[in-house]
Design a protein around this ligand. Structure first.
Ligand SMILES: Nc1ncnc2c1ncn2[C@@H]1O[C@H](COP(=O)(O)OP(=O)(O)O)[C@@H](O)[C@H]1O
Ligand SMILES: O=C(CO)[C@@H](O)[C@H](O)COP(=O)(O)O
Length: 578
């Protein structure tokens, strides 16, 4: 490629870090920079990227931390020798649902950015509220009840917005904000999502929401392609509907829209070209499905702080247990998602317990976890007549199902259908590495089974391929067990960019936004340039006859187990529901 050929940057502003990844028009990665919030930030008492107020079940992140991170990532790209002049397009991805509350002076501070100062120095005062509610927050049960009730029940809300009400969704969060901080809400000029916040920084004015990420608010009526007035009315609380609409702003339909050129700040400070164009940033999960030309028969599992299960599909089949979003680039397609709060951090608890029990923390901290998981038989069954061991491992209040934090261990006899809550027969913590991986993946299989089809040849319904992405995709034990549980006729794959799939998807969105021909779809452009042999690697077998069917029986027990735990927590008045 010529030394002045175009480059594109994708940013990923996730829970625990900000990444910036640069690709060329051939989709090859040429630079990656990362700012780890816990390890690299200064002056924020955060843990795993967030702060907690346990008493109110609040989880939130300081917005100024993200400014510091963006300063850091751009500096680091400069040190790597990135020639910013070649960057023709920027897009990004933000952790979903988080909201940023801008003060009255925000537009003026953004417009007048001074290239002799860092972003943190001059934008710290641009917010009416210094924190962004995080997707792990569960403080909004009352507001969720009101959202579900506003359209009749959760089924109707899911039908309209793609999801029932969820604690983390921005609508219920804003409603709670109007009640907890009415004075601050009044002084708020605009509300951004984390994705549109990121785009706003580059534009030097407040960017609109993205057509896919707006679906994570419980405010957008997907089929109507507009805000749902009944939900906006509820969400505006004691304040006006028009006022809230103005705070939220318009939502352009085109995910490849040219929002404008980068602000002069970036031209002067880093040497960006003045015609470098900002393309809408989307949610981190929508961006992840853009990391490859995903077919509707494929599944992706993102093993980040959250575990998410993602598919691209032409069918809109909303259900209170799942999520549907607009596809980030392609009208007529939707993104199906399951999201689990107890993903990476829950697995880390088990990993630490294993290392502690073995009195050994190896240089690769996952080595013992992996070894033990692979030595354990599927479902802990030494022989087919043994009961299956299964459990729920929730150090945090879970999303699906909506169950407060806790741990539950069961045995299940698939022949009799007998389910027992017991630790008898369990060898803890040795049985747990495999049990937690199985638990997370059985839940994905249970909830996605209606979207998969038989690949033919008399094979059971399953995905064509399973792609693993995110921090946990390096883990070979998880990959092997994912193939056994989810199947995948062609196998389980990972991307050569490892855990940077989300930033890669954002960078590809920028390539498409700038280089597409009129009417050319994302799938078409990326599909033409995609080099499968170079970009992905098969890391485990998918469908294996016998074990896939064994896990099929386990799914039945797993569903029963969840229902039993839900009933127990409901009886205790702990607030669990499906
Ligand atoms: N070898 C590994 N095996 C399993 N999990 C891992 C491994 N390496 C990293 N992780 C997990 O990856 C998570 C971070 O994933 P990442 O996708 O980078 O996070 P984010 O949620 O910030 O996007 C960590 O919580 C960690 O538990
Ligand atoms: O809440 C959700 C999706 O609904 C989360 O998936 C967030 O989008 C954050 O993701 P990661 O930090 O784990 O990437």
């Amino acid at each position: 490629m010529a030394s002045d050929s175009p480059l594109y940057i994708g940013f990923d502003l996730s829970t625990q870090q900000l990444k910036g990844l640069v690709v060329n028009s051939d989709l090859k990665v040429v630079h990656v920079a990362k700012f780890d919030f816990d390890a690299d930030s200064k002056g924020f008492p955060i843990k795993k990227g967030v702060l907690n107020n346990e008493a109110e079940h609040e989880v939130f992140a300081p917005v100024a931390l993200w400014l510091q991170a963006l300063d850091g990532v751009l500096e680091s790209l400069r040190k790597q020798g990135l020639d910013f002049r070649r960057v023709k397009g920027i897009s990004g991805a933000g952790q979903q649902h988080g909201s940023v509350y801008w003060g009255q002076n925000a537009e003026s501070l953004l417009r007048n950015l001074d290239s002799s100062k860092s972003l943190e120095e001059q934008l710290e005062g641009a917010f009416s509220h210094p924190y962004s509610p995080n997707w792990q927050d569960s403080s909004t049960q009352n507001e969720c009840d009101e959202f579900d009730a506003a359209l009749g029940d959760r089924k109707h809300l899911a039908q309209a917005t793609g999801s029932k009400a969820h604690h983390r969704f921005t609508g219920p969060q804003i409603l709670r904000f109007t009640r907890k901080h009415p004075e601050v809400y009044k002084k708020t000029s605009r509300i951004s999502l984390v994705s549109s916040f990121l785009a706003s920084l580059f534009l030097g004015h407040i960017a609109p929401f993205d057509i896919s990420d707006v679906c994570g608010m419980n405010l957008w009526n997907i089929k109507k392609g507009a805000y749902d007035d009944r939900l906006i009315k509820l969400c505006s609380g004691a304040f006006g509907v028009e006022d809230l609409k103005q705070k939220l702003g318009e939502v352009p339909e085109d995910g490849g829209l040219h929002l404008g050129s980068v602000h002069a700040y970036f031209v002067e400070r880093f040497g960006f070209s003045p015609d470098c164009t900002v393309i809408p940033a989307t949610g981190d999960n929508p961006a992840t499905i853009l990391a490859l030309p995903l077919l509707p028969s494929d599944a992706m599992v993102s093993l980040g702080t959250s575990t998410t299960f993602l598919m691209s599909t032409p069918s809109y089949k909303p259900d209170p247990a799942t999520h549907f979003f607009n596809h980030p680039t392609t009208p007529g397609l939707y993104m199906f998602m399951l999201c689990y709060k107890n993903g990476g951090l829950a697995r880390e608890h088990v990993r630490d317990a294993i290392n502690e029990s073995l009195k050994d923390t190896p240089a690769q901290p996952w080595a013992n976890f992996d070894k033990v998981a692979l030595q354990t038989a599927p479902l802990g069954q030494q022989s087919p007549t043994d009961p299956m061991k299964m459990g729920l491992f929730f150090p945090r209040h879970e999303i699906v199902p909506n169950i407060p934090k806790g741990q539950w261990r069961f045995t299940y006899d698939a022949n009799t259908g007998n389910l027992n809550e017991t630790t008898d027969g369990w060898n803890s913590p040795q049985d747990e590495p495999r049990a937690i991986i199985e638990s997370q993946l059985l839940s994905c299989r249970l909830r996605s089974r209606d979207l998969t089809e038989s690949p033919g040849g008399g094979l059971p319904s399953q995905p064509r391929r399973v792609y693993l992405v995110g921090g946990g995709s390096k883990n070979k034990a998880i990959a092997k067990i994912a193939g056994e549980i989810l199947g995948g006729v062609e196998g389980v794959y990972s991307l050569d960019v490892g855990d940077n799939a989300c930033a890669l998807g954002a960078a590809y969105k920028a390539v498409w936004g700038i280089e597409r021909q009129p009417g050319q779809t994302f799938e078409n452009l990326i599909g033409q340039r995609w080099n499968e042999a170079e970009f992905i690697e098969k890391i485990a077998d998918g469908y294996q006859e016998g074990v896939f069917e064994q896990y099929g029986q386990a799914v039945e027990g797993f569903e029963k187990m969840e229902l039993q735990v839900l009933q127990q927590v409901a009886e205790k008045g702990d607030g669990g529901d499906y």
